[in-house]
Design a protein around this ligand. Structure first.
Ligand code: NAP
Length: 327
């Protein structure tokens, strides 16, 4: 039987177990995929610890790439043998083989490898909806400053390149000088080591005292206050993750006091809710990658059964770029 990485309880990386699972035929609207690579994402950690709770036992993983082995009734856009990739609910990507809804699955261009496909779907589609669709009032124009936290991570290094391609001046924060240098090499116009520098002061310096139009903040608890203080009046705070812990409850009048700010808390899963939306976003991502404007930074590869080590590395801030599991 095929192998999968399952949890039976919430907890640390030690709860990840490599087990054999029976995988049946796809039902209506589903496909069965044999994975060649599976993406590792911070959301897998939130699910492992129970911050985002799912029924147990569960196989982790929201991103993968492989080949279609079987197609269920009513699926018109995929055939047996297609090279495919996806980011999606429900979890289950840390597996040699899985059955899943076909609406989230797209064909992978020949020039994009399975490793790249597995690394880029959840993270790259996130950057797509953030930079293209989650914009401040009046939009973003070339030359505008944006602040992007954790700029050397999986989402971060893709964002640095994409922002540069849009002509934006991305100010990237990261947790070490080496990570800052990496973000700069990927297109960040300015970098701040937020473990040793006050990022609010540095943002004010870089922007001539004005602040940025938008902050993309996936760090959460530790950066929330500073992110609001880095915005110009009417600026947009995009809180899209909690790597340091969830943002504590706050008073909405804070937004008035800090300059009539806007706040949104988006998730990719609203954006990829339909097949048409997923395909349109994937087409944009694929064109950024095949044109060479965005390189997918696969920094770490692990055998599938070493998923626990991949989690230890990601949550201890030891990784840069994207990590993949290889079945
Ligand atoms: N809402 C959405 O639609 C959506 C979709 C995809 C991803 N996300 C979020 O985007 C973020 C990035 O995801 P990713 O998978 O690419 O991960 P990642 O950025 O590769 O890893 C997370 C990074 O967060 C930084 N960080 C800051 N404080 C931390 C702490 N206390 N513990 C651990 N890390 C900390 C670390 O970078 P430094 O050492 O440089 O600080 C770490 O490398 C995550 O928060 C994820 O949940 C949200």
């Amino acid at each position: 039987m095929p192998l999968a990485i399952q949890i039976q309880q919430f907890g640390g990386p030690e709860v990840l177990q490599c087990v054999e699972v029976a995988v049946g035929a796809p039902g209506p609207g589903e496909v069965r995929i044999r994975h060649h690579a599976c993406g590792v994402n911070f959301i897998d950690i939130y699910q492992r610890i129970g911050l985002y709770a799912n029924p147990l036992p569960m196989v982790l993983g929201m991103e993968g790439a492989g080949v279609v082995e079987a197609v269920g009734e009513g699926v018109a856009h995929l055939r047996v043998g297609d090279r495919v990739a996806y980011a999606s609910q429900p979890p289950g990507a840390y597996a040699e083989v899985r059955v899943m809804p076909a609406k989230c699955v797209v064909r992978l261009p020949q020039s994009i490898s399975f490793e790249q496909g597995a690394a880029m779907m959840l993270k790259g589609l996130t950057v797509q909806y953030l930079l293209r669709k989650t914009q401040p009032q009046g939009g973003l124009q070339p030359g505008d400053f944006v602040l992007f936290h954790a700029a050397a991570g999986g989402v971060g290094l893709i964002a640095c390149q994409w922002a540069k391609a849009m002509g934006l001046q991305l100010i990237g924060t990261a947790g070490s000088d080496e990570k800052c240098e990496l973000a700069r090499q990927h297109g960040a116009a300015h970098v701040i080591n937020y473990r040793r520098e006050n990022f609010v002061e540095r943002v004010k310096e870089i922007t001539g005292g004005r602040g940025v139009k938008v902050v993309y903040d996936s760090v959460g608890k530790d950066t929330w206050d500073g992110s609001l203080d880095s915005l110009q009046p009417f600026g947009l705070m995009v809180s899209f993750g909690n790597a340091s812990g969830p943002v504590p409850p706050f008073s909405v009048s804070t937004l008035a006091a800090k300059g009539s700010l806007y706040v949104t808390r988006p998730t990719i899963f609203t954006h990829i809710a339909t097949r048409e939306a997923t395909q349109a976003m994937a087409d944009d991502l694929f064109s950024m990658v095949t044109s060479g404007q965005v390189r997918i930074p696969v920094g770490h590869r692990y055998p599938l059964r070493d998923a626990a080590q991949a989690h230890r590395d990601l949550e201890s801030r030891a990784t840069t770029g994207c990590s993949v599991l290889l079945p």
